[in-house]
Design a protein around this ligand. Structure first.
Ligand SMILES: Nc1ncnc2c1ncn2[C@@H]1O[C@H](COP(=O)(O)OP(=O)(O)O)[C@@H](O)[C@H]1O
Ligand SMILES: [Mg+2]
Length: 274
């Protein structure tokens, strides 16, 4: 039975879509069957996998409004073992259309239940808001990954996050668990980084991923090539850190396979370039 993981944070620009695309791609390359559900009208996970929005036939919008069965909306990406329910701007309409609809909270959950057995992992990329789309995702999810920046403002969002989890658990999904809080665009040289991590660990003891994702230019370039970073620059810090995160998710030792020794004439790239 597949595990459903919602990647969520009401803030935008914290690395949700980047996390979905890169974790899904790595797990797929390891042979796990993975489905991504793009539940953000911005469709960043969709384009991150190289799918052009004009080619989208059915999207998460059609699934939530009951126009298609979820298995008919899933499309294979060109990357090993990863399929996606894509999203386009149309999905924004679902926020409004669902407000007075029947079973509005359970729409995604009901659809996912019909295909949960076909996948090992299902990742839901949430929009930066706490509306119907996010509530549907959290209601359907077994666990959540919360990407976060190690900056002071992140702490201000924490109580809102705690509140949302409380509401969803008590009203819709008592079993919802936190898979982990993930620090992204992390700079270990800054004092504030360690301070924020320590503060978040107080709120969520044992729930902060040991793996931190550094700021890495390859991670921000890869989507413009329509590729997960491991298919764009496998030896980049970004690819390595998402691989480590997957090891942590899978309960494996936090180490990377030994890199092949490069010839002595190969110049090592600077950290900032790779
Ligand atoms: N670790 C990182 N290093 C550098 N850039 C990153 C990193 N993670 C994400 N980005 C970039 O930051 C922006 C926001 O990331 P994104 O994953 O789209 O956030 P969200 O989905 O939370 O809005 C994107 O342009 C993305 O390419
Ligand atoms: Mg996003």
């Amino acid at each position: 039975m597949g595990k459903i993981i919602a990647v969520t944070n009401q803030k935008g620009g914290v690395g949700k879509s980047t996390t979905v695309v890169n974790v899904a791609a790595y797990l797929g390359s390891r042979g796990f069957k993975v489905l991504c559900v793009d539940s953000d009208p911005q469709g960043n996970a969709t384009t991150g996998f190289g799918i052009s929005k004009k080619d989208v036939l059915f999207s998460t919008y059609n699934v939530l409004t009951g126009q298609v069965r979820i298995q008919d909306a899933a499309v294979e990406t060109e990357f090993d073992n990863v399929s996606i329910i894509p999203a386009t701007e149309l999905l924004a309409g679902a926020e409004v259309e669902l407000i007075n609809a029947e079973n509005r909270i359970n729409r995604l959950k009901m659809q996912l239940l019909t295909i949960k057995n076909d996948y090992d992992y299902i990742f839901i990329d949430c929009p930066p808001a706490l509306g119907m789309l996010t509530i549907n995702a959290l209601t359907a999810a077994d666990t959540m990954i919360v990407p976060m920046l190690a900056e002071f403002y992140a702490l201000e969002g924490l109580s809102q996050l705690v509140n949302t989890i409380k509401i969803v658990k008590s009203n819709h999904n008592p079993a919802l668990d936190i898979e982990g809080i993930l620090f992204t665009m992390y700079d270990s040289r800054l004092n504030v980084s360690a301070d924020v991590v320590a503060e978040v660990e107080k709120y969520f003891p044992g729930k902060v991923f040991e793996t931190k994702i550094p700021r890495n230019v390859r991670l921000s370039e890869a989507p413009s090539h329509g590729k997960p970073v491991m298919y764009y620059d496998k030896s980049s810090k970004g690819a390595e850190s998402y691989e480590l995160l997957c090891h942590e998710l899978l309960g494996e030792p936090l180490e990377l396979p030994q890199k092949k020794r490069r010839g002595i004439f190969t110049f090592k790239k600077k950290d900032s370039e790779s």
